[in-house]
Design a protein around this ligand. Structure first.
Ligand SMILES: Nc1ncnc2c1ncn2[C@@H]1O[C@H](COP(=O)(O)OP(=O)(O)OP(=O)(O)O)[C@@H](O)[C@H]1O
Length: 618
């Protein structure tokens, strides 16, 4: 199970700095977002213009001139302003909807591309749920903020500033009283920002953990059911769901506190201003029209002020989401293409030579409560040569590092020291595309994609048409996977998670066919036939050797039957190769090999005692 992802940095970056980094993706959409912002601003300014028209109507046609025509004309102007305002609001929505979804799509695609590029080591540490929540819900939050939160924050701030300016111009005394109220509001907003950003990040991380639990439980549903652990899984899930709920409630309370303050303070100030305004008007120091205009403007300004809490919350949510998105995007790939790649020489007819020299490997340090814990060295100086076209079995106790060693050849991991060479070329000097078309791999636990049998087999090649059909037929034949023709839709039958369930042995043979279909120079097999009975395994292996002349094969063997089919065997012991030779020779000369084979035979007899044997090994 992958551990929790690395914790966020101890000194988080400022909200502005983080959100400014969205510019990279938002740039193409900026003209429309800016235009949308301008229309929204236009709508707000129109709303602010209405009180000024009211002031003219009240002071002129209504109170002084008594002109009905003037009042009707004024009312028509107000109506026109209202219609124009509604039109501009509609324009904002129409302008911004498209670009927002484009930004989201581009960010999502970039993240997925980056995930595919990141090395296996990254995926060892990150859980699927955390990545899923980043690619889905975090990006949704960012989109909503880019098209609504950001625009409305800018428009609301401008409306407040312009509105207060108009209020001061209408009556500086009343305007100043209103401004006094801004002091506690600014202080409260600052406090809110500090509290909310912590809880916003926590809620997102907890949602990611919850998604991980769902993913793992669904994936392992058979195990949970078979062991009757459904209730425990439910308890665990309910506990996590409850933690998330508590955080969400805390978040909502924090927001509702500030929202209450941001609506109560201006209303209170307005009441005070009203009393003062009436006194000033009765003394003749303020016209009735100005008083009406002041309060109508205050009513317009109060809206964005009240919205400020919600917009701040949206901004802080977007900051937390962007932080989490960038946490993945900022993780550099350690397995990269070289700046000046070389190409593999043409192999001789017998196949490619694979050489591991002085190879060391340790997993990167993992986080622990006492600081990073260094990964133990798994391979401690491997020297091994596979001659062209040879099939070599790799044998060792469980956990001795066989799978790790295999994965160094196609660079699923990079060596920490030493070299892996194919035909004399260091695998790190090749592009990953070149390397992976030269080296093909099949795992013991094969992953098939939700696609047809044909598409699964052709995964590693770009062939189409008849050539592809011939290749699929040959690969299925060599892997003894002809059962695929008898599936309900033949080779078009959809398999994988969303398709027909295959048995373990059937899946292994399709995965083997997929590995073969690449026509690799080097085939790396991690016990890919473990689910097959010994007779079928022997048939598949014999066919493999017959067809794959010119392919050098390294196969992890967990069964004596697999070992016996190899040209030579390499023994992995304490992170080193302690013996290479023919099965019969090693059997008579290598005590550890004899010991491991005893363990494997025990396994073959379906008595899994290897772990115990490891404890009492000589
Ligand atoms: N991602 C990882 N991070 C840290 N340690 C790991 C990781 N993957 C494997 N290991 C450790 O590396 C060691 C070698 O694992 P590996 O899977 O290579 O052994 P193996 O010989 O293939 O075992 P088996 O025969 O049981 O498949 C084990 O001790 C394992 O716990």
């Amino acid at each position: 199970m992958p551990s929790a992802p690395p914790a966020p940095p101890a000194r988080p970056e400022s909200t502005t700095r983080v959100l400014l980094r969205l510019f990279r993706w938002a740039r193409p959409a900026l003209p429309r977002i800016a235009l949308g912002g301008l229309t929204a601003l236009g709508a707000s300014l129109l709303a602010l213009a209405v009180p000024q028209v009211l002031r003219v109507i009240v002071n002129g046609p209504l109170l002084t001139e008594g002109s009905r025509r003037g009042v009707v004309l004024g009312a028509l102007v107000v109506l026109g302003l209202g219609v124009l305002e509604a039109f501009l609001v509609w324009c904002r929505r129409a302008l911004i909807l498209g670009p927002g979804t484009t930004v989201e799509r581009d960010m999502r695609t970039d993240l997925f591309r980056h995930l595919l590029d990141l090395p296996v080591e990254f995926h060892d540490r990150w859980s699927g749920g955390q990545l899923l929540s980043r690619i889905m819900s975090d990006l949704g939050t960012i989109r909503r903020w880019t098209v609504f939160g950001l625009v409305m924050l800018l428009v609301s701030s401008t409306t407040v500033v312009v509105g207060i300016g108009l209020m001061l111009a209408t009556s500086w005394v009343l305007g100043l009283v209103y401004l006094v109220g801004a002091v506690p509001m600014i202080w409260l907003s600052f406090r809110f920002r500090e509290d909310y950003k912590v809880v916003a990040r926590l809620a997102r991380d907890q949602a990611g953990d919850l998604a991980t639990t769902v993913e793992e439980s669904v994936h392992g549903i058979r195990v949970l059911k078979a062991f009757g652990r459904g209730d425990d899984a439910l308890d665990d899930f309910a506990r996590q769901a409850d933690e998330l709920r508590t955080t969400e409630v805390h978040k909502a309370r924090t927001l509702s506190r500030v929202s209450f303050a941001l609506s109560a303070i201006p209303e209170t100030i307005l009441t005070v201003s009203l009393g003062l305004g009436v006194v000033l008007t009765s003394r003749g120091e303020l016209s009735v029209g100005a008083l009406v205009a002041f309060f109508a403007t205050a009513a317009v300004v109060n809206n964005p002020v009240e919205r400020l809490g919600m917009l701040l919350a949206m901004t802080l949510d977007a900051k937390a989401a962007t932080d989490r998105y960038l946490q993945v995007m900022d993780t550099g790939s350690t397995v990269r293409d070289p700046e000046q790649p070389v190409t593999l020489p043409v192999p001789d007819a017998a196949g490619s030579r694979v050489e591991l020299s002085g190879v060391h490997f340790a997993h990167p340090p993992t986080a622990s409560p006492d600081g990073p814990r260094a990964g133990a060295e798994i391979l401690a100086g491997i020297d091994l040569v596979l001659e062209p076209g040879e099939t070599m079995a790799l044998v060792g106790l469980t956990g001795s590092g066989k799978t790790t060693l295999l994965q160094l050849v196609p660079r699923l991991y990079d060596v920490t020291a030493g070299r892996v060479r194919i035909d004399g070329v260091d695998v790190r000097d090749l592009t990953r595309a070149d390397l992976r078309s030269a080296v093909s791999i099949a795992f013991e636990d094969p992953i098939l994609f939700s696609a047809s049998v044909r598409e699964n087999v052709l995964l590693g090649t770009d062939l189409t048409g008849q050539a592809a059909d011939d290749l699929v037929a040959e690969a299925l034949d060599v892997a003894r996977a002809r059962f695929a023709y008898g599936l309900p839709d033949g080779l078009d039958t959809v398999i994988g998670e969303e398709g027909l369930s295959l048995s373990g042995g059937q899946r292994q043979r399709i995965a083997l066919a997929r590995a073969i279909a690449v026509r690799p120079r080097v085939l790396v097999l991690d016990d890919p036939l473990s689910a097959l009975d010994v007779t079928t395994e022997a048939a598949v292996t014999a066919r493999l050797r017959e067809m794959l002349t010119g392919t050098t094969t390294l196969v992890v063997a967990h069964r004596p039957s697999t070992v016996a089919l190899a040209d030579r065997v390499a023994v992995l012991e304490d992170g080193r190769i302690t013996g290479v030779g023919r099965h019969a020779d090693l059997l008579s000369t290598h005590p550890h090999y004899r010991y491991v084979l005893t363990a494997l035979s025990a396994l073959d007899a379906e008595t899994d005692q290897t772990d115990e044997l490891a404890e009492v090994r000589p």
